[in-house]
Design a protein around this ligand. Structure first.
Ligand code: OGA
Ligand code: CA
Ligand code: FE2
Length: 496
């Protein structure tokens, strides 16, 4: 590409030691200029004028900057009369408090793909940790769990009982739509991601996944279009006119009539949660301690994270590509620090900074964990579904993923779902952390997830920790605080 393009004056820049070059001559001679052109007095005058204008511009700019910062300083001291001391350095932006710099989350270095580091996690044993990708920062540690530990975790999960990971239809969306009272034009506008006045296949597919949890393929969608006679001109796109005649839940009703199979859901598995606090089975507590050593994070952060999630996929089970935790905008709250949030917001995500995924058995066929865009040069959401190839579809297209990890009993993989903010705290979501569970073609697959929840808003995380530490050890009446057992870890629980 551009790197290989020859520049037109490449010959001029050839090394001077080359024997084939003619001897150097003065510039005027080489250019064969006349006195009246480049070397003339008028040329000199023009250059000097240009030079002076440039200098004047620079001086003016310096004055401007100086004057403006003076004003800022003045207004700052007006706003904060108690602190009339000038800061010696520009310092961090005001959104980050000073004390943040004392608290740093360790981030394991990947060095490069294939790099192996030896880590000490249990007495008398050394584990090898291999870097699988840099984007996301992803590692694999064979034999992280012993055979016995894998067996105990599966048995405890079975004893507790596993539930469907995803229910067939997600309620509440219809009510929300009615409440908002959106017109067809407004809904169309929301769906039209690229704002070209047409609904492309991928715009509808993405929407149906998020809204109904139903994973349509491009073929499914064409069947629906045919069944509902929605795409009148047959160009594969829905115009506003075509969209307007459809009722709000036309697609969903059509699908329900046909019957939705488990294989058509975003996720086809069963799972349960195992608490790892005081009183929990020794194996569960050991795993938590080992995860703390592995990630080198403060133990409190690991203690206050979600319980261990144990997942079982039957033959044909899958989990299409997803992010374990969403993007964080200034108004986004974290589920785990909700009780410490000052304001309520409709945007919430689980703030899972790290995912540690354990393979509890070796799968006979399929069931790899796929990272479709790991170490891609760029991330482009639109190109994930292109030309009828859906890279997010782990039933069909795992073979097109950049990286696949084979499930091997006892192996752990872990990755960061967020980047660093450059100051030792949680930064933006890492889009490359997109991953999914490929379809199990033979046998059963057992995995466990340990998520480490950290609020990217340091203050909120600190407030949350303070609140939790003030709560009495013994179970009290809840005083109206709603604790979701699925997302709140608690030492009070003595489950399994
Ligand atoms: C998950 C997940 C991957 C796998 O449970 O969130 O991504 O390989 N699992 O099962
Ligand atoms: Ca469009
Ligand atoms: Fe996941």
């Amino acid at each position: 590409m551009t790197d290989n393009q020859e520049s037109p004056d490449a010959e001029d820049t050839a090394p001077s030691g080359s024997a084939t070059l003619p001897p150097l001559r003065p510039p005027c001679e080489r250019l064969q200029c006349h006195k009246s052109s480049v070397c003339s007095r008028s040329y000199f005058v023009v250059v000097m004028v240009f030079f002076h204008v440039y200098i004047i511009n620079v001086i003016a700019l310096l004055f401007y900057v100086h004057y403006n910062s003076g004003q800022e300083d003045a207004s700052r001291s007006r706003d904060a009369p108690s602190s009339n001391q000038r800061r010696p350095e520009p310092g961090p932006p005001p959104s980050k408090p000073e004390f943040l710099r004392d608290v740093s989350l360790t981030r394991i270095e990947g060095i490069r793909v294939g790099h192996v580091q030896r880590v000490s996690l249990v007495p008398g044993k050394v584990h090898e940790m291999r870097t699988l990708s840099m984007k996301p920062l992803l590692f694999e540690i064979p034999d992280f769990l012993s055979e016995d530990e894998c067996r105990v975790v599966m048995q405890l999960a079975q004893l507790k009982g596993l539930m469907e990971s995803q229910l067939m239809v997600q309620d509440g969306q219809e009510e929300l739509a009615k409440e908002l009272n959106l017109s067809p034009e407004e809904i169309f506008n929301l769906l039209d991601i690229n704002q070209d006045g047409q609904l492309q296949l991928h715009e509808i597919l993405t929407h149906s996944r998020v809204r109904d949890g139903i994973w349509l393929t491009p073929e499914n969608l064409r069947e629906i279009y045919d069944g509902l006679k929605a795409d009148k001109d047959g160009n594969g796109l829905l115009s506003l006119e075509e969209f307007r005649v459809l009722s709000n839940d036309a697609f969903q009703r059509f699908l329900m009539q046909q019957g939705v199979k488990r294989s058509q859901l975003v996720r086809n598995s069963r799972h349960t949660w195992l608490y790892q606090g005081k009183g929990a089975h020794r194996v569960l507590q050991d795993i938590k301690a080992r995860v703390t050593r592995l990630t080198r994070l403060p133990p409190t952060l690991v203690d206050l994270s979600e319980p261990l999630q144990v997942v079982r996929y039957e033959e044909g089970g899958h989990y299409h590509a997803h992010h374990d935790s969403g993007p964080v905008y200034p108004e986004t709250a974290c589920t785990h620090t909700r009780i410490a949030a000052n304001t309520s917001t409709p945007f919430e995500t689980s703030c899972r900074y790290i995912t540690v995924l354990f393979y509890l058995n070796s799968v006979e066929g399929g069931g790899e964990t796929a990272f479709p865009v790991a170490d891609n040069r760029t991330y482009d959401e639109v190109s994930l579904i292109q030309n009828n190839v859906d890279l997010l579809d782990t039933r069909r297209n795992c073979n097109k993923s950049n990286l696949r990890v084979k499930p091997t009993k006892g192996t752990a993989v872990f990755w960061y779902n967020y980047l660093s903010d450059g100051r030792g705290w949680v930064g933006e979501q890492d889009e490359y952390a997109l991953h999914g569970g490929c379809m199990v073609t033979h046998g059963t697959k057992w995995v466990a997830n340990k998520w480490i929840n950290i609020d990217p808003d340091y203050q909120r995380q600190a407030r949350y920790q303070q609140l939790v530490s003030q709560q009495p050890e013994e179970e009290d009446d809840d005083e109206g605080v709603i604790v979701n057992p699925d997302t709140q870890s608690s030492d009070i629980h003595q489950d399994l």
